[in-house]
Design a protein around this ligand. Structure first.
Ligand code: ADP
Ligand code: MG
Length: 289
């Protein structure tokens, strides 16, 4: 049977917005060596906004109009930022045919008879040569912690959009608290290395960037073998990593899939909830021993 102190710790957690799905999760969370975080929607607020648009062959309005068409069927946070920006400018977004998501890379569709894609610079460079001028524009955005995506028409770059998602206000302090608790923290992101490191420097944690979904699973497995790992995420795309880690923690406002897969959830959407969980676990297990 479950010790009374565990049952009452779980109730105490619930009152503070920490939903813990069982004694096993409560026990494990205080003993992991590493806590891995998704970036978008977890360490950041998950409300990315388009900050800059640069046209290469066409004007910036045309870059936004076409990119929004490609992204109109996607629920990816970057896609939502791009369609919202087009709507805000009052544009009519043209219809897209054959829209496809390329997980960890971008999206593509046929729009007004053109085979368009919106993707990471790395993926774009596999499809088309990017000019030195375009590359330096991209690098400048990334060094500011912005995510740059490239609009291509076949193998012709049409422009670049920069997108910024602000870190959650409590993220930096919460990560410092976890360090004080002796826990190694790392951000796992599909975003590019320069953007990831700019944000990691701001927040004070290690960064593993340019990861495909399978790379994230491989890293989780290795942290698991090196003292145990908890993973914190919010999206559908985080569900496999949440399931694979010793303890999966869902950021409360996230998708149902993340909430269902996770062993614990932070209903108040604060990064500090992760440190609260560790402290609650250690206090409870310390009482039992
Ligand atoms: P993260 O791990 O930060 O959640 P993803 O793995 O979802 O990121 O995506 C990694 C990168 O792939 C993004 O930074 C972006 O460059 C590109 N990408 C993925 N999906 C899209 C999309 N729908 N539109 C544009 N770019 C995308
Ligand atoms: Mg996310």
């Amino acid at each position: 049977s479950v010790p009374a102190s565990i049952t009452s710790a779980i109730s105490a957690g619930t009152r503070r917005g920490l939903l813990i799905k069982g004694g096993g999760a409560l026990e494990t969370i205080g003993s992991v060596r590493t806590i891995a975080f998704d970036k978008t929607g977890t360490l950041t607020a998950g409300r990315p906004r388009v900050t800059d648009i640069v046209g290469d062959q066409v004007g910036r309005a045309e870059v936004l109009r076409l990119a929004a068409a490609v992204e109109s069927g996607s629920s990816h946070p970057l896609a939502k930022a791009i369609t919202a920006a087009a709507q805000q400018e009052g544009m009519t977004i043209p219809a897209a045919q054959g829209a496809q998501a390329l997980p960890g890379k971008g999206a593509s569709a046929t729009v007004e008879g053109r085979a368009l894609s919106v993707s990471s610079p790395r993926h774009a460079a596999e499809l088309a040569p990017l000019s030195p001028a375009l590359l330096s524009t991209i690098t400048a955005f990334e060094e500011q912690g912005r995510t740059a995506v490239v609009l291509l028409d076949g193998a012709t770059p049409l422009g670049v959009l920069a997108i910024r998602d602000e870190p959650r206000p409590d993220a930096r302090a919460a990560l410092a608290r976890l360090k004080d608790l002796g826990i190694q923290t790392v951000m796992l992101t599909g975003d590019n290395t320069r953007t990831g490191q700019a944000i990691g420097r701001d927040l004070g944690l290690d960064v593993q960037a340019e990861l495909l979904p399978e790379d994230k699973l491989r890293l989780i497995a290795s942290y698991k073998a090196q003292g145990g790992v908890a993973m914190v995420g919010d999206g559908i795309n985080d569900a496999p990593a949440l399931a694979q880690s010793d303890v999966g923690i869902a950021m409360g406002g996230g998708t149902d899939v993340a909430l269902e897969t996770a062993d614990a959830a932070l209903l108040r959407e604060r990064v500090s909830g992760v440190a609260d969980l560790v402290a609650l676990s250690r206090a409870t297990m310390g009482n039992i021993k």
